[in-house]
Design a binder for this molecule. Structure first.
Ligand SMILES: Cc1ncc(COP(=O)(O)O)c(C=O)c1O
Length: 391
């Protein structure tokens, strides 16, 4: 047993008392991770099909990513955006090339919500005088003032602010008739092309094409929130690429840093041209370690052909996991929703008892899978077998 393992095995169990009680906790005390596996204090090996809310793109302990981040830490742990850094420029160049889209520039931030806040600010800059943003029912865009205002159900559950920073209209998903609600008053429309919290619900090419067209007719800025579905998770670099529909702005976070906190705002031509000195800002965004984490993540995805892996293993999940309580699937790639005939929370609990970690969603009959991009067929076999045992 290593010194670290000996120490942690004898340490008193954590009570988590100093932490604000805002998160319901999974019943597992994780000590470390290896690939797609979590190792718990009581010695269990748990198959992680949830990836820490879609973050662990390369799983745990990925050698090249860990080395790159460690080396950057040793080399230069921080310098602000006021100082030009090779690693930051390289990360931006690589992200643009990786996207396969006509992205003109990138603004790095720290989280998904922060990326969305900045996207909205840019939209209002591009559309001065307009006061409304349109979002979709069942959406999730983050917890901050603007992002939370656009999150379905937040006003009733947790929004907290006395008013939203702009007028918000929610329209139903995949309803092309409702696109008429987008008008010359609309500054921006924000959608997750594949909704995450909403239940791994894909909006589809037809709807997104109609949405793009309506935004063009009215001048509304189209924002794709790809914080959960993007950066490879859907089996393509971004859902914009998967569906062949180009927004004006894309926001990314989560998998982008493989656990190092990062976010990014990807700007197409119109938005990039409107950026002015001092219009946007951040202290930590695009710091050298964050940039190294992004760069190493892209390098690993390309070197290991992980997008092809996501596509192949997604098909395998669809072919083998519609068993037991699962009656179908929705979503794309490693943002898959397994449709369950009993409540998904019940299936999640029963899988946890078989050492498989999955997620639920806003849809009570959708079990959400957000595994690392490195997941293989043999691990999917374990899920299929566990589901079969549930009958
Ligand atoms: C689609 C989407 N947008 C934005 C966010 C907010 O990201 P963050 O928690 O990094 O602020 C999330 C987080 O779950 C998300 O799923």
């Amino acid at each position: 047993m290593s010194t670290a393992a000996a120490h942690t095995a004898t340490a008193a169990p954590l009570t988590h008392e100093p932490l604000a009680r805002v998160f319901a906790q999974y019943p597992l005390e994780v000590l470390r991770g290896e690939g797609v596996w979590l190792v718990t204090r009581d010695g269990r090996r748990v198959l992680d099909l949830y990836g820490g809310h879609a973050v662990a793109a390369l799983g745990y302990g990925h050698p090249a990513w860990t080395k790159a981040v460690n080396e950057q830490m040793r080399h230069l742990n921080f310098q602000s955006n006021a100082v030009p850094l090779d690693v930051r420029t390289r990360a931006a160049r690589k992200l643009i090339a990786f996207s396969g889209l006509p992205v003109k520039s990138v603004f790095f931030v720290n989280s998904g919500a922060e990326a969305n806040e900045n996207a909205l600010k840019m939209a209002f800059t591009l559309n001065p005088g307009r006061t409304e943003v349109i979002a979709l029912e069942q959406s999730f865009h983050g917890r901050t003032a603007a992002a939370g205002a656009l999150t379905w159900g937040a006003a009733k559950k947790w929004y907290g602010f006395p008013r939203t920073p702009f007028d918000v209209t929610f329209i139903p998903r995949r309803d092309t008739a409702a696109l008429a609600r987008i008008t010359e008053k609309t500054a921006a429309v924000i959608v997750e092309p594949i909704q995450g919290v909403g239940g791994a619900f894909d909006l589809g090419r037809e709807y997104l094409t109609a949405l793009r067209q309506r935004c063009d007719e009215t001048g509304a800025v189209l924002v794709f929130d790809e914080v959960q579905c993007g950066f490879g998770r859907c089996g393509e670099p971004f859902a914009a690429k998967l569906y062949g529909v180009l927004p004006d702005l894309i926001t990314a976070a989560k998998a982008l840093g493989n656990g190092y906190p990062v976010g990014a705002l990807l700007m197409m031509e119109k938005a990039a041209a409107a950026v002015k000195l001092d219009a946007l800002g951040t202290t930590f965004g695009g710091g050298p370690v964050a940039a190294a984490a992004i760069e190493a993540c892209i390098d690993a995805i390309l070197a290991e052909d992980l997008l092809a892996n996501v596509r192949r293993v997604t098909k395998y999940i669809r072919d083998t996991c519609i068993v037991g309580p699962v009656t179908g699937y929705q979503g794309e790639g490693f943002l898959t929703g397994l449709i369950t005939r009993v409540p998904a929370s019940q299936v999640q609990k029963a899988l946890m008892e078989q050492d498989i970690l999955t997620g639920t969603s806003g849809d009570p009959h959708v079990l959400r899978l957000l595994p690392p991009f490195t997941l293989k067929e043999a691990e999917v076999d374990l899920l299929a077998a566990a589901l079969k045992r549930l009958g």
